[in-house]
Design a protein around this ligand. Structure first.
Ligand code: GDP
Ligand code: CA
Length: 317
């Protein structure tokens, strides 16, 4: 981990967009991408890791761009056949995607750790960057809702994020161990930036911060910690982040996301559309800049990655 200059914390779709930009902007051995695994679950006997898979599919050019999850050019034969048998089809699993879950499940049963299996998948997919699960231990997001607690995928997929959210807990996080490779990366003499990708603060970034020792480790590093807002113009680009914020009684602004990170982060990046929030965010004691953060294509991802890296380097001067 000697060469790591940049650590990116990522959830799925939003995080993977910036992670792809960073992967194009930096030499491969300088980037460590840490993935949320609290969305992981067992389904149909398979161990499914949605955020890890979104990242590896995105980095290897396999991701389905219009759908926002899964694999491009996917077929659905297995799920259709399963449904004919009376099996569940609420969690959409394509044929090629199933191969990933079969491989991972088999390797985990053989005793491999999730981080090892992820490294194997990266090699098979031709990904040169290190993609690391936040830990090798099972951690599960449980969503508190007005109708009671729901396991994350029940809330997210089966109930389409409809129940009103009252809070979150990350079952197993208190017994999880931060991955030693991440600990080593935090100690890298070359470390110049820790980036919180524009991922959902409550269900993608928060579970990673819930691992014992994680916030302490982050607070002890000298490199700047820069978070990119997933909220643009009062709305989430995709997904339930803004809905969750309003249900939790928070204004759906970048300022509220900045407040959420203000004890930990050095700096916060908002979209140029929200430049009127920069002054208030600076009053929280965070450095703050506005820049274009909407990533519609690969050029946008690379441009934002370069801007974030340059900003981090300016901050550490
Ligand atoms: P998930 O695990 O698939 O839900 O993905 P993440 O947690 O990594 O990302 C979800 C967040 O990404 C949402 O809150 C979106 O608002 C945000 N997001 C998606 N695309 C973009 C983008 O192009 N720019 C910015 N700033 N945020 C984005
Ligand atoms: Ca996710």
């Amino acid at each position: 981990m000697k060469n790591i200059s940049t650590i990116a914390f990522s959830g799925g779709v939003g995080g993977a967009k910036l992670a792809l930009g960073l992967a194009r902007a930096l030499p491969p051995d300088e980037l460590l991408i840490v993935a949320n695994t609290a969305d992981d679950f067992d389904h149909l006997g398979l161990h499914i890791c949605p955020d890890l898979d979104t990242i590896t599919y995105t980095l290897s050019g396999r991701a389905n761009r219009s759908q926002g999850w899964g694999v491009e050019g996917e077929t659905w034969n297995c799920l259709e056949a399963l449904y004919e048998l009376g099996g569940p089809n609420w969690f959409r699993l394509g044929d090629r995607d199933i191969a990933t879950h079969l491989y991972r499940t088999q390797r985990l049963r053989e005793g491999a750790r999730l981080s090892e299996v992820t490294a194997e998948i990266c090699v098979a997919f031709g990904i040169a960057q290190r993609v690391l699960p936040m830990c090798d231990d099972p951690v599960s997001t449980i969503v508190g809702t007005a109708e009671g607690e729901l396991p994350f995928q029940d809330y997210f997929v089966r109930h389409r994020c409809e129940p009103r959210v009252t809070g979150f807990r990350f079952a197993g996080a208190d017994r999880a161990t931060m991955h030693p490779e991440l600990g080593a990366a935090f100690d890298s003499p070359d470390l110049r930036a820790v980036i919180f990708c524009p991922s959902n603060p409550f269900i993608s970034i928060a579970p990673m911060l819930a691992i014992p020792g994680m916030t302490e480790a982050l607070l002890s590093i000298r490199a700047p910690i820069v978070a990119v807002s997933p909220i643009i113009g009062g709305k989430a680009v995709k997904g339930p982040a803004a809905k969750m914020m309003s249900e939790l009684g928070l204004p759906t602004t970048s300022l509220s996301v900045a407040k959420h990170y203000s004890d930990l982060a050095t700096a916060f990046i908002v979209d140029e559309m929200d430049s009127d929030e920069v002054a208030c965010i600076r009053e929280l004691g965070l450095a703050c800049e506005a820049m274009p953060t909407l990533m519609n294509n690969d050029d946008d991802k690379l441009r934002l990655a370069r801007s974030v890296i340059t900003y981090c380097h300016d901050l550490s001067r």
